[in-house]
Design a protein around this ligand. Structure first.
Ligand code: NAD
Length: 335
C-alpha cells in the first residue's frame, strides 16, 4: 500500500478537522503542517505527528515527500495556492468555496481542467452516509415527488474572530451555501434555475451580510430555502427537511439528538398516507475527512472523476455567487 505524504496549509477550524481524521491512517503520513500563525502550526505538528511545520508553505512544495496538499486557508487564498501546487506537481484537496468571486472561480476550474495532477474540492456532505442515504430514499420515491426543501444552518458565532475573518471574503450563503446547493442538485438531478433572498448585518461592522436567507426554484419545480447566519446573537441551528407529495424526510445530526444519541444520526420518514413515522438510526461521521481524502487517492490511482465532479462544484459555486448577488441587489436572478 502506498503511503501518501500530506501537507496541510491552514491549521484552524477545518484544517484541524482534516488532521484529526486522517493522521493515524496506514496510508497517510503528515509530512508538513503550515499556518501563518507559528504557534498553530507547531501545536498541530505536535498533536498530529507532522514531520515538519512552518509559516510558509512554499518550501514544502519542493519537498518530494509531499504528494497531496490540503488547502484549508481563507477562501480568497484558494486560487493562488492551487496554482502554485499544480505548478509543483502536487495533488490538491481544496476546501470550499473554490473562490470569493465568480471570476476567480472560473479561473479555478480552468486550472483544474488543464492540470496534470488531481484536484478534489471538499464538498464533505458528498461523503456523509446520512446525506447519501437520504439522497437514495428521495431517488427511490420514498416521499413521492420532492416539492420543497427547508434548510437552516446558523452558527452561534462565539469565536467571532474566525467568523469575521471568513466574512471578509463572502457571505454565509456563498461560504456554506455551496454545500446545500450541491446537495439539492445531487439529490434531484435537477438544477437550480432561480435565486433570490434577503440579508442583513446583525453586526453593523461586518464586511458582508452575516445573516442571509436564499430562496430557490429548481428546473423540476421543487422550491426551497437555505438560511445561514453567523453571529453571536443567533442560536445555533441545523435543520434539514425534504417534503414531497407522499411524505417527508428530516435529518437530525447525532450530536443534536435529544435522546438515543449513541444510535447515530436520526433520519425520520413520515408517510403522509398512513400517518406513520419510520425512524432510521444511521451510523455516520458528519465530516468524513478520511473518506474524502480516499476519494482523491482513488482519483490519483484509478483516474476516476471527483465526487463531486469539478463541473458540479462550479455549478453550485456559480449558483451561490448569484444568490449572494441577488440578496445584495434585492432582486431575482435567473440562472
Ligand atoms: N467543509 C466544511 O465543512 C468547512 C467548514 C468550515 C470552513 N470551511 C472552509 O475552510 C476555509 C477555512 O475556514 P476555517 O473555518 O478553518 O477558518 P480558520 O480561521 O479557523 O482557519 C484558517 C487558518 O488558515 C490560516 N491561514 C490563512 N491564510 C494562510 C496562508 N496564506 N498560509 C498559511 N496559513 C494561512 C489562518 O492563520 C488560520 O489558522 C474557508 O474557506 C472555509 O469556507 C469549510
Amino acid at each position: 500500500m502506498k503511503k501518501y505524504g500530506i501537507m496541510v496549509i491552514g491549521c484552524g477550524h477545518i484544517g484541524s478537522q482534516h488532521l484529526e481524521n486522517i493522521y493515524y491512517r496506514d496510508n497517510i503520513q503528515i509530512v508538513a503542517v503550515v499556518d501563518q500563525d507559528l504557534d498553530s502550526a507547531k501545536l498541530a505538528a505536535r498533536k498530529y505527528g507532522a514531520l515538519e511545520y512552518g509559516t510558509d508553505y512554499h518550501k514544502f512544495l519542493d519537498d518530494d515527500r509531499v504528494d497531496i496538499v490540503i488547502v484549508a486557508t481563507y477562501t480568497s487564498t484558494h486560487l493562488p495556492i492551487l496554482k502554485e501546487c499544480v505548478k509543483k506537481g502536487k495533488h490538491v484537496l481544496c476546501e470550499k468555496p473554490i473562490a470569493a468571486t465568480l471570476e476567480d472561480g472560473e479561473e479555478f476550474v480552468r486550472v483544474v481542467k488543464n492540470a496534470s495532477v488531481k484536484v478534489l474540492v471538499a464538498h464533505i456532505l458528498r461523503h456523509n452516509k446520512s446525506y447519501i442515504k437520504i439522497g437514495e430514499m428521495i431517488k427511490n420515491g420514498a416521499i413521492g415527488e420532492l416539492k420543497t426543501v427547508r434548510m437552516v444552518q446558523n452558527h452561534h458565532a462565539l469565536e467571532s474572530n474566525r467568523f469575521s475573518n471568513l466574512l471578509k471574503d463572502c457571505t454565509p450563503v456563498l461560504d456554506c451555501g455551496v454545500h446545500y446547493i450541491d446537495v439539492m442538485q445531487w439529490f434531484t438531478g435537477s438544477k437550480i434555475c432561480e435565486v433570490s433572498g434577503v440579508g442583513t448585518k446583525i453586526d453593523p461592522t461586518s464586511p458582508h451580510y452575516d445573516f442571509t436567507i436564499m430562496t430557490f426554484r429548481m428546473e423540476n419545480g421543487c422550491v426551497g430555502y437555505y438560511e445561514a447566519g453567523w453571529n453571536k446573537n443567533i442560536e445555533s441551528q441545523n435543520m434539514k427537511e425534504f417534503i414531497g407529495t407522499k411524505g417527508r424526510i428530516s435529518l437530525v445530526l447525532q450530536e443534536l439528538r435529544s435522546n438515543d444519541r449513541e444510535e447515530g444520526d436520526l433520519i425520520t420518514l413520515y408517510d403522509g398516507e398512513s400517518g406513520e413515522y419510520r425512524i432510521i438510526n444511521n451510523d455516520s461521521t458528519y465530516k468524513d475527512m478520511y473518506g474524502q481524502v480516499c476519494t482523491l487517492i482513488d482519483m490519483i490511482e484509478n483516474d476516476t472523476e471527483g465526487n463531486p465532479t469539478i463541473d458540479s462544484v462550479f455549478s453550485a459555486f456559480k449558483t451561490a455567487c448569484l444568490a449572494q448577488k441577488a440578496i445584495e441587489e434585492n432582486r431575482i436572478i435567473k440562472i
